[in-house]
Design a binder for this molecule. Structure first.
Ligand code: BYC
Ligand code: FE
Ligand code: FE
Length: 470
């Protein structure tokens, strides 16, 4: 089961060669994936050697192998965590019954929609980040960008494996569609909002990997509870790789914050005049990517969420830390909008599950922001970064039709329009941040707007040649 045949065209621990039909179908999808990667993957670096980690097994110690690889030669593999014998549904209407190894007919559409939505985000993020390599602040950061990109490519493979294996012909069609949609395209956009937003520079990249990849963590964790066992096992392994993506985001922002503080302490203290990104600008990009990411949890009150929980397909974050798993007669107290007013109300728990997951996510984001604030404090600077209210700048769900300040106070449209650029990046902010984006390619050197990382990758020094550009 867990032997990896490395001479297979598609590395895997699912014994792919025992199912010739499936193997052929995936081998037929592979060239399409590779041409998508050439067309929409990192622009300008396909022929370069990059020091990358590759997943080669699911063993806790030693799942990753580090070496120089040209990205198109990356061994995108299919890895599922080992099957746990006797596993049962952990929640929902089927709690306690054996988990499913096949897709039950009545839940087929719901499950396919979840797998397709998850799968769609992975190539979307690669498309969004396609041009960033050209302006990387260091070789270390360039390598981290490509690491994230190849792993999002592998996450696409993970979902395509499920589509091909369990959904027959329409699964194969959906797998083809995953290569046909394009982030930000007017006619064939990606499915979810945040994945159609431009990601034009490294401040946005780090905010994206901090906040949007963290939605990935929470959604994958909810799907890792699934009673459809292959989905649970796939998502569990994806979470192993996800930790590094959020590390890239959190430490990336932390380094920009640190640099801003250092520049504030220089004579004059004007961060922008010295080519840094000032803390108020960082706050605006935090506001933007955090709220775009809050939207990814869906509506506050959702029958889709209730149905997916009832069917045992999508659980809560760490379902086993809860004691009750059916949620039939329980309620969640939350703010709702009623007659133009915000009121606190009990909502039937199953319908509130998007909000329950979002609430866990918010706590996790806050822990990261607290660490950024510790950096600011350690630098002796008096400034606090904050997460805006979950009602601020929403485009999905109950709050999307109204305007709120970052503190969560209701506003009229005119005031919102007048004050918007105090809270969200203006065109001038965007132009300023973009003006700083000059590539730094000398080993160990950093752009002036970001502090160096505390340590290198895989125990290597900061000046290691993480990408060979010659
Ligand atoms: N944008 O009942 P509702 C990741 C749609 S990130 C556009 O409120 P539901 C990654 C919704 O589809 C993790 N549309 O919400 C990160 C529905 O449309 P239909 C990705 C949206 O269904 C970084 C309608 O609104 N994984 O892995 O309970 C880099 C009403 O929906 C949005 C998943 O998302 C939006 N933001 O929840 C790389 C997990 N939100 O069907 C990768 C799988 C909602 O009526 N997906 N809508 O036409 C899901 O669990 C659910 O689809 C959602 C939405 C949580 C996204
Ligand atoms: Fe991913
Ligand atoms: Fe990710």
């Amino acid at each position: 089961m867990s032997t990896i045949l490395n001479d297979d065209k598609i590395p895997n621990n699912v014994n792919l060669s025992s199912d010739r039909r499936l193997q052929r179908a995936l081998e037929a999808w592979q060239p399409g994936f590779l041409s998508w990667w050439q067309e929409m993957g990192p622009a300008g670096f396909q022929a370069k050697d990059v020091y990358l980690r590759t997943a080669i097994s699911v063993e806790a110690n030693g799942w990753a192998h580090f070496d120089y690889v040209k990205m198109p030669d990356y061994r995108w593999g299919i890895f599922l965590e080992p099957k746990q014998e006797g596993r049962v549904h952990g929640f929902g209407d089927f709690e306690g019954q054996p988990v499913w190894d096949e897709v039950p007919g009545e839940f087929r559409n719901m499950l396919r929609r979840l797998v397709v939505t998850q799968g769609d985000t992975e190539p979307a993020s690669v498309e969004q980040q396609r041009m960033l390599g050209q302006t990387a602040p260091s070789l270390y950061d360039l390598r981290n960008l490509f690491q994230v990109n190849v792993e999002e490519g592998r996450h696409l493979w993970a979902m395509v494996y499920l589509l091909h294996t369990y959904f027959g012909r329409d699964g194969r069609e959906e797998a083809d569609e995953l290569l046909a949609r394009r982030s930000g395209d007017r006619d064939r956009p990606r499915i979810l909002g945040a994945f159609n937003e431009p990601n034009n520079h490294w401040l946005s990249f780090f905010m994206f990997t901090m906040f949007t990849d963290r939605d990935g963590k929470y959604q994958l964790a909810a799907l890792a509870e699934s009673g459809f066992d292959p989905l649970a096992r796939t998502c569990r392994f994806m979470l192993t790789e996800e930790a590094h993506h959020m590390f890239v985001g959190e430490t990336g922002v932390q380094r920009i914050v640190k640099r801003a503080c250092e520049l504030m302490k220089q004579p004059g203290g004007d961060v922008r005049a010295q080519g840094g990104i000032d803390l108020p600008t960082i706050q605006k990009y935090l506001n933007l990517w955090y709220t775009l990411s809050l939207d990814l949890f869906g509506g506050e009150v959702s029958s889709n969420a209730a149905d997916a929980f009832a069917a045992g397909l999508k659980g809560r974050y760490k379902e086993d830390k809860y004691t009750e798993h059916k949620l039939v007669d329980s309620f969640f107290a939350m703010d709702v909008l009623e007659g133009g007013k915000v009121v606190h109300k009990d909502v039937a728990m199953r319908n509130a599950l998007n909000e329950v997951l979002r609430t866990e996510y918010i706590k996790d984001c806050q822990r990261g922001v607290d660490r950024w604030n510790k950096t600011i404090k350690d630098e002796g600077i008096d400034f606090v970064l904050t997460l805006p209210s979950n009602k601020f700048h929403r485009q999905i769900g109950m709050w999307s039709g109204s305007y709120f300040t970052p503190a969560g106070e209701l506003l009229d449209a005119a005031t919102w329009n007048a004050r918007r650029s105090e809270w969200l990046p203006s065109e001038a902010d965007e132009a300023y941040v973009k003006s700083l984006m000059m590539p730094v390619t000398e080993p160990g050197k950093m752009a002036g707007w970001i502090a160096p990382p505390a340590k290198g990758i895989n125990g290597l020094p900061g000046e290691f040649v993480y990408v060979r550009l010659d």
